[in-house]
Write a protein that binds this ligand. Structure first.
Ligand code: ASP
Length: 443
């Protein structure tokens, strides 16, 4: 058995294997069961790995890993189900139902819009928004659904220009008069995008809910459909009027949380309930059957008459730096040399950075702004307790209260992009604008 995730693939099995697969009606992408001695393996038939044995069958297991199994006389292969054809689907005509709300799904890519690529064995964003909708027919029972693909990227590749594009598309949908928007997005940087939308879209009249998935649609444990259904139910059956994130609340398929856009973090690499609200509570629990339990009531109610204001500039010369023991001051000096205007430090504990970078920070602060956040995530910055914190404040580092480092990074970049007066920017960084700073820490 071997993992193939790092190895390139070609699509040629030995003649013997090809013959056996043909006799069983099995093709690449089909779900099969392989019995080898007393062991049973179930998964999707993948292409053969280039460096591997041509007599070994490669299957993608439910946990996402590929394994190779050498074919021998004691191996039995059984076809479980045929693969879905990848390609553009014909959309069934939609009958408008005037009793249901109108919801637009904007697709950005990520796992929720992905399938296994049978050429490479990896997962690639392949679905258009229309295909997503076709795959989850329940959505149309809840609302009039429209879908459009804005981009097809993995969220680790997102840049400021992608935020701007998405913001433009959200604005268009609002002008079209929809009742709510769902954005399907990769989970890795979903919290950055949620923050970028929160700052850029002022006076939002309708709800905008971001949805991701940890497991691609090929896998029986895919969480995408339920997350989409819960987001649709939430828009259709509540008066919520903010930006939120809808993801599995537990490892089971029981309910989702609606998380506040500026208080979330992906806290697990693979679990379906990877997202957690930090330093606050989720807004609500949503069950796929449409039941909603609000956990907090102080959300902004939707109001179609509210006039949207778009402020979509971001200062790209903003950096987020995690400090650590032995950090070199040269890292900060490079930012000074490159004329960076904003720096968010992911500091230690209550908001500290090693004294060794203090002089470099002083140089940065001659023309830039520095905000302190904490690697602890939970809790609030307090730079008055230790002398390291006090000294940083004296040179001008601003405590970022209980803002998450990624949110502080997006906020500082947005403030530098949209506001001219440095004093005003410094004031606003400490002011709660979109729920990114809690009044007091309850957690
Ligand atoms: N790397 C993927 C992304 O963020 C992971 C996911 O979608 O869950 O686009």
């Amino acid at each position: 058995m071997f993992s193939t995730s790092q190895i390139s693939v070609i699509n040629v099995y030995s003649g013997k294997i090809k013959k056996i697969l043909k006799s069983k009606g099995v093709e690449r992408g089909d779900r099969i069961r392989i019995k080898k001695g007393s062991k049973i393996y179930e998964g999707i038939l993948m292409p053969r790995i280039q460096l591997g044995d041509r007599d070994s069958l490669v299957i993608k297991l439910e946990n996402g890993y590929n394994i190779g199994l050498r074919y021998s006389d004691n191996v039995e292969i059984e076809l479980i189900s045929k693969h879905k054809k990848v390609g553009k689907k014909e959309l069934k005509p939609i009958k408008y139902d005037k009793n249901k709300p109108r919801i637009s799904i904007l697709s950005m890519g990520g796992t929720i819009a992905s399938r296994v690529d049978y050429r490479t064995g990896g997962v690639v964003p392949r679905f258009t928004a229309e295909e997503l909708i076709e795959d989850v027919p329940e959505l149309r029972e809840i609302a009039n659904i429209y879908g459009r693909q804005v981009e097809s990227i993995l969220s680790e590749n997102m840049e400021f220009k992608d935020y701007k594009k998405l913001i433009r598309e959200v604005k268009k949908e609002i002008e079209n008069g929809v009742d709510g928007i769902i954005i399907t997005h990769g989970t890795d940087t979903l919290h950055y995008t949620a923050a970028a939308l929160s700052f850029a879209l002022e006076n939002l009249p309708i709800p905008v809910i971001l949805v991701g998935a940890q497991r691609s649609s090929d896998r029986a444990s895919s969480d995408g459909p339920m997350n989409l259904i819960c987001a649709t139910q939430f828009i259709a059956k509540s008066d919520f009027g903010e930006i939120g994130v809808c993801m599995h609340a537990t490892e089971s398929d029981d309910y989702c949380f609606i998380h506040p856009a500026c208080k979330i973090r992906k806290m697990h690499t693979s679990r379906r309930d990877a997202f957690r609200t930090i330093n606050s509570k989720p807004w609500a629990k949503v069950y796929p059957d449409g039941r909603i339990e609000f956990l907090k009531e102080d959300y902004v109610r939707r109001d179609a008459k509210r006039k949207l204001v778009v402020k979509d500039k971001f200062e790209e010369k903003t950096a987020l730096v995690k400090v650590h023991p032995s950090i070199s001051p040269k890292i900060i000096d490079v930012l000074v040399k490159e004329k960076y205007r904003g720096l968010v430090i992911e500091g230690t504990g209550l908001g500290h950075a090693p004294s060794g970078i203090k002089d470099s920070l002083k140089r940065f602060l001659k023309s830039g702004i520095v905000v302190m956040t904490s690697q602890c995530l939970d809790g609030r910055i307090n730079m008055n307790v230790y002398s390291t914190g006090r000294e940083l404040q004296e040179i001008g580092v601003i405590p970022g209260e209980d803002m998450l480092p990624e949110v502080a990074y997006i906020k500082l970049s947005w403030l530098l992009g949209n506001y001219k007066d440095k004093r005003e920017i410094k004031r606003l960084i400490k002011t709660n604008l979109r729920g990114e700073i809690s009044e007091r820490s309850e957690f």
